[in-house]
Write a protein that binds this ligand. Structure first.
Ligand SMILES: [Fe+2]
Length: 311
């Protein structure tokens, strides 16, 4: 614990060109040089890449990438996976070159999502610069924001896997409703970021509900929201604020793949050594009003899941 962070995400997208433009113009990312790896790479800080786009039909998360502090922590993770009977695959020379890392391994979670754990996420040759996100993104020891997965009926197995085997710890449980959707889930940390991964026990056609990027300046959240609206992207959850100790002021809106992004600022850090787990019954202190589209999407996924159960 605290020797890892969410390092990068690989999205399998049907329209990489559209996605690349969206990531640069709306999210404020910078194009990365990832020759030999995925279709396209995107930067949000001094690292060579943080988001990778892979051409494909899924329009969903393809890889959850963790950065480990050193080879000792990578070996400890490999040992925990082996003890739990989880198959792992050490990075090949091709994998190491594609990710530009010193060491890495690959494994799958109980729902089949590929995880990678690497040592030495490379630095970019130039400083990060974005006209659209002039204050920059908050990463460093906190890693790259967070990812929120839909776990459906695998909730218990997924939570057990990410906590007991991967090594994340529980920050908060949530038991509430957003519109008609019952939201029951866990927020997990692996460093001082409030959560690097959240698992929500709702049915969903996509594994990924949203990913979050934290920016350094509150004004950049407002400007990003204005930029999204001007581009015809309507928020799924309008501007709002999560309760303390998270405290993030953010909005959510759809990516070209259909899952959401969240851009937020002002996120509170936790102290993993003293943090007391809380149960929350609200996800927001104010705002975060869900759009009709988001409520309908949740309702359709619930109905589809009931039919699958009945079949
Ligand atoms: Fe979030």
């Amino acid at each position: 614990m605290t020797d890892m962070a969410l390092g990068y995400l690989v999205f399998e997208v049907s329209r990489p060109d559209v996605w690349r433009e969206f990531a640069i113009r709306i999210l404020g990312c910078q194009l990365a040089d990832v020759s030999g790896g995925e279709a396209c790479g995107l930067r949000v800080d001094d690292r060579a890449y943080r988001l990778l786009l892979r051409q494909g039909k899924a329009d969903d998360l393809a890889v959850l990438g963790w950065t480990m502090k050193d080879e000792t922590s990578l070996r400890a993770l490999a040992d925990r996976l082996a003890a739990a009977g989880v198959a792992t695959e050490a990075f090949s020379a091709t994998d190491l070159a594609a990710r530009q890392v010193m060491a890495g391994l690959r494994f799958r979670d109980p729902m089949g999502l590929v995880n990678e754990a690497v040592v030495g996420l490379p630095e970019a040759a130039t400083p990060f610069a974005s006209d659209d996100m002039p204050g920059g993104f908050c990463t460093g020891e906190f890693g790259l924001g967070h990812a929120v997965l839909a776990t459906g009926r695998q909730a218990a197995a997924m939570e057990d896997f990410y906590m007991r085997v991967v090594g994340l710890a529980l920050t908060e449980r949530i038991d509430t409703k957003i519109g008609p959707i019952k939201v029951d889930g866990s927020f997990l940390h692996c460093n001082r970021r409030h959560h690097s991964l959240a698992l929500i026990a709702i049915p969903s056609r996509k594994r990924l509900l949203h990913f979050m990027l934290q920016v350094n300046r509150l004004r950049d959240v407002g400007i990003a929201l204005q930029r999204a609206r001007a581009a015809g992207i309507r928020p799924s959850l309008d501007l709002g604020q999560h309760p303390d100790p998270d405290g993030t002021v953010s909005f959510y809106a759809p990516t070209p793949s259909g899952f959401d992004f969240e851009i937020g600022a002002g996120s509170g850090a936790i102290d993993p050594s003293t943090h007391q787990t809380e149960i929350k019954t609200v996800t927001s202190d104010w705002g975060h009003k869900p759009s009709l589209r988001m409520q309908l999407r949740g309702a359709i996924d619930m109905i589809a899941d009931k039919f699958r159960k009945a079949a």
